[in-house]
Structure formats: structure tokens, C-alpha cells
Write a protein that binds this ligand. Structure first.
Ligand SMILES: [Ca+2]
Ligand SMILES: [Ca+2]
Length: 418
């Protein structure tokens, strides 16, 4: 009897409440597909399916409170429109926004997504509509056998912190290292500028197989090796992110500054070489004059000897003590009987044409030209190859001789013997 009365009262209250609101409940049909989850990527009870209906637009949160009352967010005020034909459904894999346990300290990285520790939790799904009315449903979830080990990013480092990707052989590359403490599904690194543009950095796979625990190195040339213009000079945020099979994310960040970046482009102007003669007497000198055009926004490194230098034909740049320097450009002359590749080489300008840095490296400034002259005194002759062709090249030492700068404007040279 009393039960009937109670039922009638409750029904009456419910009708009143519906009439007062003038609409259906904001949040309804809420369910978790299971009350136990074992988040360890073994494909057994790794996820639960969360379902709910939303009668109108609302900000939805999904969170878990542990037995000590500590709250962990899976969704924090995400705006959703009403569910129309189908309820909202999504999977929960035991991973929540990053948190730190008492007495825990991560050096050099942070945890953005982290699995819940084993234990009993109260889950709450909460919806707040535009009028501020709140509805929520709660239940319980037990977490068991969670794989709580983190893909820690130890020893994250960027070196050098300032680099100049311009193929001059000096600080052209930056290396980003990390000691990854767990096998992961993904380990990525990217640069991000103030404009939000991201530049991915490729991993150098020599150190450790990709995505496995161990030391990883990311080698960054800013795209210059492939002839692409690097990101503009400036400071960039470097972000490394690891994601394991459970869905945990760790992140390490640092800064990397690009200075004097650019792809060097230089040419022998008009592919023209002015030769002094087509016939030289033995022990006489062949002179040349040409103009170098730096057609790029980056300064171009060079090294000696200076223009005007005259070589004996049995000398070469090394006998003058002017060894090759990786990344330096020089003008070279080669004849068909030359015993080595372009044995006679000259700097791209005299000190008046060039700039020098603090370390004494010489540069032809961006968008500038210089005149290069020099000579070779022919002290010997190979009768089997007389006359022979000699030509000029613009050499990017240890990098390349681009085809356009190779064997430019040959002279058909005869060496006259007495
Ligand atoms: Ca499992
Ligand atoms: Ca450089």
C-alpha cells in the first residue's frame, strides 16, 4: 500500500519536473560496456565502450575519481551537439590526461597522457548546457593489470643549440638525442615556429631500430641537403613525442635556433671564362679571368689561395698548403693531362670582396659578385695530349660540382716546346 503511494508520488514528481524543464533530460542512456578494464595492450579487456545520449548541445566531461578522491580527466568540457539518430559512443582505453604521482619527478620530459593505476574508480559523465544546467551519471570501474611503465624520454638534448643550415660545412646540422625507455608505437620530432608551421625531423636509424627502447638520434639538415630552402632564420620550439601501445604520451621540448640558413647558389657568370691565350710557350703562364655570381640569400664560404695566385703546373692547392675544406667553394682549373682533379684552385674573391667570421672563415656575401683571376705556369708537357682542353669549374668541396658549374668554357691549349 505504502509502495503504491510512493510510486504515485514519484511519478507525479517526475511529470512535474519534465513539465518544469519543458524538455527531455540533457543526459540519458549512459553506460560503460564493462566495469573492469585491463589496459595492457594484450587485446583482452583493453577498452570499454562508453555510450550516452545528449538531448541538446552541451559541454561534456568524463572523469574518474580514485579512492583518495583524486580526479583524472578523460574528457574535460568538450562541446558536443545533440545526439540525433545514434547515441554518442567512444572507446576508453584506460588513459587519462597526464598526472604525477606523489614523490614522482620526471626530469626533462612531461607526461601528457597516462594510464590509470590499478584500483577502483568512480566514473562520472557530466553534461553542462548553455544555460548552465548540469546533469551527471556515475558508476564504478576497476582497473587491473595496467601497463603503467612510461615511454620515458631521458637525456633529451639538442646540439648545437644554434646552427646554420647553409652547406658551408660549419654547424650545418643539428642532432637531437634521447634515451627512450620503452618500445613505442610512435616517436616523432618536429620544429615549430611562432607562426605555428611545423617541420618534421627525420630519425637517423643507425643508432637503434625505430620505435624500440634505446638511444635515438634525429639528424636535422633543415632540408638543405636536398636543395630545399630551410625554415626562416629564428628560434624554434622542438617537440619530441612518444606514444606507446597503451596510448600513453610523453613529451620533451627544447629550442633550436637557425642562423644564416639558406641554400647556396653560385655560378660562373654567363658560363664565360676569359683565357689569356690558346698557345703558351713551355714555362709560360696561362691566365684566366671570370666572375662569380652568388645568386642566393646566403653567404658562400670560400678558402684560399687568393685570386691572382699563379701555380706552377707541377703544383696543386695542397702543395700551397691550401687544403680542401668541406663546404667551401673554390674556382678550379683542370686540364686533360692533370694528374689530379682540378689541381689548381682559387678563392672566390680577394679579401676586399669577402667577409670573414670570428673564426677566420671567408664568405662571399649574399647577392654579390667577384672577379677571380689566376694563372698556371706550364713547366712540363705531355706530347701525346698536346693540344689539350682546359676548363674552369666552380667546386663546392666535399659537396658537389653542379653540372652548370662543371667544365665551363674550355680553351683548346697548345704548349709550344722549343
Ligand atoms: Ca588487457
Ligand atoms: Ca653552416
Amino acid at each position: 500500500m505504502r509502495r503504491d503511494v510512493l510510486a504515485v508520488v514519484l511519478l507525479f514528481a517526475a511529470v512535474l519536473s519534465l513539465t518544469a524543464c519543458g524538455s527531455k533530460p540533457l543526459l540519458s542512456n549512459v553506460s560503460f560496456s564493462s566495469d573492469v578494464i585491463t589496459p595492457n595492450a594484450d587485446h583482452d579487456r583493453d577498452v570499454v565502450l562508453i555510450t550516452y545520449d545528449l538531448s541538446r548541445s552541451a559541454w561534456v566531461s568524463v572523469y574518474f575519481d580514485d579512492s583518495n578522491g583524486v580526479r583524472y580527466f578523460f574528457r574535460d568540457r568538450i562541446r558536443h551537439g545533440p545526439s540525433v539518430d545514434e547515441p554518442y559512443q567512444f572507446y576508453f582505453a584506460g588513459v587519462v590526461d597526464g598526472y604525477t604521482r606523489p614523490d614522482e619527478h620526471f626530469d626533462g620530459f612531461s607526461v601528457e597522457k597516462r594510464v590509470l593505476q590499478d584500483g577502483d574508480y568512480t566514473w562520472t559523465i557530466e553534461a553542462v548546457d548553455i544555460d548552465g544546467s548540469i546533469e551527471q551519471t556515475t558508476g564504478t570501474l576497476r582497473v587491473e593489470d595496467a601497463d603503467t611503465s612510461l615511454p620515458e624520454l631521458r637525456g633529451f638534448s639538442i646540439f648545437p643549440p644554434v646552427f646554420s643550415p647553409n652547406r658551408d660545412g660549419i654547424d650545418d646540422r643539428a642532432t637531437i638525442n634521447v634515451d627512450l625507455k620503452k618500445d613505442v608505437d610512435e616517436l616523432i620530432v618536429f620544429l615549430e615556429g611562432d607562426d605555428g608551421i611545423q617541420y618534421p625531423i627525420e630519425e637517423n636509424e643507425r643508432a637503434t631500430p625505430i620505435n624500440t627502447a634505446g638511444w635515438h638520434a634525429f639528424d636535422y639538415d633543415a632540408g638543405v641537403d636536398l636543395g630545399a630552402d630551410p625554415p626562416p632564420d629564428g628560434a624554434y620550439l622542438v617537440t619530441m613525442r612518444a606514444r606507446d601501445a597503451i596510448g600513453q604520451w610523453t613529451v620533451a621540448t627544447g629550442t633550436l635556433t637557425i642562423e644564416n640558413g639558406g641554400v647556396p647558389r653560385a655560378y660562373i657568370l654567363n658560363a664565360e671564362v676569359e683565357w689569356s691565350t690558346g698557345t703558351v710557350a713551355l714555362n709560360s703562364t696561362l691566365y684566366f679571368t671570370l666572375t662569380i655570381d652568388n645568386d642566393s640569400a646566403t653567404a658562400i664560404r670560400t678558402s684560399g689561395p687568393p685570386p691572382g695566385t699563379v701555380y706552377r703546373s707541377d703544383q696543386n692547392y695542397a702543395t700551397l698548403g691550401e687544403y680542401e675544406q668541406s663546404g667551401a667553394f673554390r674556382v678550379g682549373i683542370h686540364c686533360e693531362t692533370s694528374p689530379t682533379d682540378h689541381p689548381w684552385r682559387w678563392a672566390l674573391g680577394s679579401p676586399d670582396d669577402l667577409l670573414s667570421d670570428d673564426a677566420g672563415h671567408w664568405y662571399l656575401p649574399a647577392w654579390s659578385r667577384s672577379v677571380v683571376t689566376g694563372g698556371i705556369q706550364f713547366v712540363d708537357v705531355v706530347e701525346a695530349r698536346n693540344p689539350q682542353y682546359c676548363y674552369a669549374s666552380l667546386i663546392h668541396e666535399d659537396v658537389e660540382i653542379s653540372m652548370v658549374n662543371y667544365r665551363v668554357d674550355p680553351v683548346h691549349l697548345r704548349i709550344q716546346t722549343p
